[in-house]
Write a protein that binds this ligand. Structure first.
Ligand SMILES: Nc1nc2c(ncn2[C@@H]2O[C@H](COP(=O)(O)OP(=O)(O)O)[C@@H](O)[C@H]2O)c(=O)[nH]1
Ligand SMILES: [Mg+2]
Length: 221
């Protein structure tokens, strides 16, 4: 029956992605490279956070960034300003990165020259959920300007995330959004998720975020 065929195709796609994700993780581990998949809606602050992290970590890590976007190179151009190599992936219509495209991108990088890869996924909180890339960690960025329901309405994305950045903390009051409530909602979904409040514009909270991601260089520990 046509319906059954459609489900099988989808399962095959997800299975194939999981296999390729494991291969990516294996490649990264063999090269001793840490990796982070960053998820969040368009405008939540992903690129700003990547820039703030690179600014603080580039002394201690050899960093590359991968920026996923439907069609533009805006984010890659912004990240490049921080002095780290950036690869832009334009997905065309696809609303998420996947393990195959990351596998190809890893092949194009000189992995012996890297310690850390930061991947900004395509901006939304639904599609990327089912497509692990093979990174060590996943971080979700939710900004208070998206309103009070961003966590409860996206439960699945938090289940595989190790860190949540609640960004634009400077605008919480004006938005009437209770950041502690967003935090407790995330903890209900994923009790061991680490939650950090950030202002990616000024850099407030970014050191805590780096700590939560276990990226604090040893000499600053
Ligand atoms: N007020 C404020 N603005 C922010 C903050 N973080 C990011 N922005 C701004 O929000 C806009 C979208 O940020 P961007 O990093 O491009 O989000 P992305 O689409 O998730 O990559 C930009 O104009 C940023 O300057 C923040 O913490 N506070
Ligand atoms: Mg961006």
């Amino acid at each position: 029956m046509p319906e059954k065929k459609e489900i099988t195709v989808e399962e095959n796609v997800l299975d194939a992605n999981r296999r390729l994700a494991l291969a990516n993780l294996d490649t990264l581990n063999r090269k001793h490279i840490r990796s982070l998949d960053i998820l969040g809606s368009i405008g939540s602050g992903k690129t700003s956070i990547v820039k703030q992290c690179i600014r603080r970590l580039k002394k201690d890590y050899r960093i590359a960034a991968i920026a996923g976007d439907l069609t533009t190179t805006i984010d890659a151009d912004r990240i490049k300003e921080e002095g780290a190599p950036v690869l832009q992936i334009n997905t065309g219509g696809q609303c998420h990165l996947d393990a195959a495209v990351i596998g190809k991108t890893l092949k194009s990088l000189n992995l012996d020259d890297l310690d850390l890869i930061l991947i900004e996924n395509v901006g939304n909180l639904i599609c990327p959920g089912s497509f692990p890339l093979g990174t060590h960690d996943r971080m979700v960025v939710v900004s208070v300007t998206e309103g009070p329901y961003m966590v409860v309405k996206h439960p699945y994305i938090f289940m595989d995330a190790s860190v949540l950045a609640i960004n634009k903390m400077d605008l919480a009051e004006i938005m009437g959004v209770d950041m502690n409530r967003l935090k407790s909602e995330a903890l209900q979904i994923k009790p061991d998720i680490k939650v950090v409040f950030t202002n990616a514009k000024t850099g407030e909270g970014i050191e805590n975020l780096i700590d939560a991601l276990n990226l604090k260089p040893p000499r600053h520990a």
